[in-house]
Design a protein around this ligand. Sequence first.
Ligand code: HEC
Length: 150
Amino acid sequence: MNIKCISFVMKRTYSKIFMKYIFIIIFVLFIFSGCGEKEKGIGTGPVKFVELEALNPELAESGKEIFDKKCRICHLESGKGMGPSLQGITAKRKPEWIMNMILNPEGMIKEDSEARELAKSFKNHMYKQTDSEEEARKILEYLRQTDEVR
Ligand code: HEC
């Protein structure tokens, strides 16, 4: 083998090894970039996706009943209750975020940056009033309705 040939072979093997490492690095980065990826703004809790349709007044009506029993005491319209007024909430937050706040307030305050930020303004924090996704969905519909009417 002459020198030219040797350097050719070496270049090829080196570039092969080099390419292999590049591929491994890209692969590892690809895997890790997927880890912990959360959809933005949906909060943390059981609700990952809500499909909204045209407002359903019946659903909103039963949502109002639950809201009156479990939520209104803290969430007065005037904002003078223990919690904030929920006026305009459906424009401010994603539906999944709202439902997760209802179903997992403690987890949200701990792990969701927006909920944590909000909680800084309150001495007493929200605690869970229901485990039922169905109830949370009804309340969401009621909140959509009140925001629409305003
Ligand atoms: C004991 C009082 C209390 C009750 C009862 C309560 N909340 Fe809350 N809520 C709060 C407080 C306080 C916050 C602000 C975050 C914190 O510090 O916990 C809050 C925050 C929220 C937020 C986020 C508001 C924003 O601006 O992003 C939503 C949505 C919400 N509550 C919905 C509800 C619903 C729906 C119910 C009834 C199932 C309910 N809450 C019951 C006290 C309460």
